[in-house]
Unconditional design. Structure first.
Length: 276
């Protein structure tokens, strides 16, 4: 946890292919995956010694120009580049932690509860579900660990049948928490969750150590519900102003599709049970 900047740089270097970086692959096999340190240094316009010190945590004040150059070498998108800058601010001691709310405000609570014909729920940066509408409750009904999306994905064996694209869903959730937590990895609640999942799931350890960053969900997700069968849903996520780390997730089916009919049956059954 002490060298988050170096860990992130190392993971991105190992995940960047020579083809992606625009380099010619030499003859023979490479001893390590991804780029070598000297290749990253040349592409970023810094010395090999300087880049090595960055990865090892012995250089803690890289300039914005150097960080942006490294982001270009690794092909980072906007969110991942912002994450890189936040880690650098933390390394140099200029990162400021903000208060993190663990509940949804009343206005957001009303918004979610009144949202119909779609899944709507709010998550914390740990991916705890803070509030959900009736459709979401029906969608997750019967699944253990459904109060936290990471626990649901990695600790519930049924999730591999529920998420038809389990690997994609799992990677997104881990990358989302990486982005939401940023440099604030000494939060005891975050540390406890990471430790719990790391001990219980080799898949989680593998994905956490890749240091992927992703804020927005894939546009569509495919699911298999034990009562209504397969569904394909379109996703969108929204940051909640003034509450760092909290996001509103919304998902709905295309009108007139079998998925739309399935979601309607789930919602009708949940509301009938609630009103009985």
């Amino acid at each position: 946890m002490e060298n988050l900047l170096g860990e992130f740089l190392r993971a991105r270097r190992q995940a960047t292919t020579v083809e992606r970086a625009g380099l010619l692959r030499g003859a023979g096999s490479r001893r390590t995956p991804g780029l070598r340190r000297d290749e990253v240094a040349v592409l970023a316009g810094v010395s090999i010694d300087y880049y090595t010190r960055l990865e090892q945590g012995r250089e803690r004040s890289p300039s914005d120009a150097v960080l942006n150059a490294l982001a270009g070498v690794f092909g980072l998108d906007y969110e991942a580049t912002e994450h890189l800058h936040e880690l650098a601010r933390s390394a140099r001691g200029s990162f400021r932690r903000t208060h993190v709310a663990d509940h949804a405000c009343p206005s957001v609570l009303r918004l979610v509860n009144n949202w119909e014909h779609a899944l709507a729920f709010v998550v914390s940066r740990r991916l705890d579900i803070l509030v959900q509408n009736a459709e979401t409750a029906a969608f997750l009904e019967g699944l253990s660990h459904s109060d936290n999306l990471l626990r649901l994905t990695f600790l519930n064996p049924a999730s591999r049948e529920f998420f038809l694209d389990w690997e994609q869903e799992a990677r997104f959730k881990v990358a989302h928490m990486r982005a939401a937590v940023g440099a604030d990895l000494d939060d005891p609640s975050v540390l406890a969750l990471v430790e719990e999942l790391s001990l219980a799931s080799e898949d989680f350890r593998r994905m956490w150590e890749s240091h992927d960053i992703q804020v927005k969900a894939h546009e569509t997700g495919r699911y298999h519900h034990h009562r209504v069968g397969d569904l394909t849903l379109w996703h969108a996520t929204f940051a909640i102003d003034g509450v760092p780390g909290q996001r509103l997730f919304v998902a709905h089916a295309e009108p007139g599709t079998p998925s739309d009919d399935a979601l309607a049956r789930l919602s009708a059954g949940r509301r009938a049970y609630r009103d009985s």
